[in-house]
Design a protein around this ligand. Structure first.
Ligand SMILES: [Zn+2]
Length: 221
């Protein structure tokens, strides 16, 4: 798997400092599993130390960041340090994955609601990230050529591709990629014509879908 799109330095700094909320952190964990470059960068950020990072960047750092950073260095590479021994839940109801695709372990460890149709060719499920109430984490299964429904949100939007691919005006994204989009970036991601796309998205701040879909989706939130 060749990963082409990576989390921003700021997101990795927040991860290293222990201040990235659990929702986006889950997506970064999924990306790190596929990306040796980001694992290396993260180790570099972690070895600098949380306190020093705070002085250099102004990124808010948790009070216990240094202790946690030292514990992570002791624990070895980031991808093993972030692995948690959580129970694996069964595949969410209604989710069929293309042949050879399995849900990545950090995602399978989360409780995922049933997959429901929300637009033509689009099914969506809520991923329960109870330790982050300010982020909506949603799993999408989108048929070829379809789009993620139009929506607005207040903060950053992170999308990680599990299989298939999609495009927006800024580029094309495939398995392992992590795409960050600002709230004021207008983008309507469209799935490739040649296969189903399964992706997970984390939306910071209040998330709203436009029109009738907003009403249909109320039970999700
Ligand atoms: Zn990366």
């Amino acid at each position: 798997m060749t990963v082409a799109t990576h989390p921003s330095d700021e997101t990795l700094l927040r991860y290293a400092a222990g201040t990235l909320p659990a929702g986006p952190k889950l997506l970064v964990d999924l990306h790190l599993a596929h990306c040796p470059d980001c694992r290396q960068l993260l180790r570099a950020f972690e070895s600098v130390g949380g306190v020093l990072l705070d002085d250099m960047t102004g990124v808010p750092v948790a009070g216990d960041a240094l202790a946690r950073t030292l514990a992570r260095i002791d624990a070895g590479p980031a991808h093993t340090a972030t692995a948690r021994h959580r129970p694996h839940h069964p595949l969410p109801a209604g989710l069929s994955l293309p042949a050879g695709i399995v849900l990545p372990a950090p995602l399978a460890a989360r409780r995922i609601g049933p997959l429901r149709p929300v637009a033509p060719g689009v099914r969506m499920a809520r991923v329960h990230v109870d330790d982050d109430r300010d982020t909506s984490v949603l799993l999408f299964r989108i048929e070829p050529g379809r789009s993620i429904p139009e929506h607005t949100h207040e903060g950053l939007e992170y999308t990680h591709v599990i299989c298939g691919g999609f495009s927006d005006p800024l580029g094309h994204y495939g398995p392992g990629d992590l795409v960050e989009a600002d709230a004021d970036v207008e983008h309507t991601p469209k799935v490739d014509d040649d296969g189903v796309c399964v992706c997970i998205a984390a939306f910071e701040g209040r998330l709203r879908f436009s029109g009738l879909l907003g009403v249909v989706l109320r039970p999700f939130f």
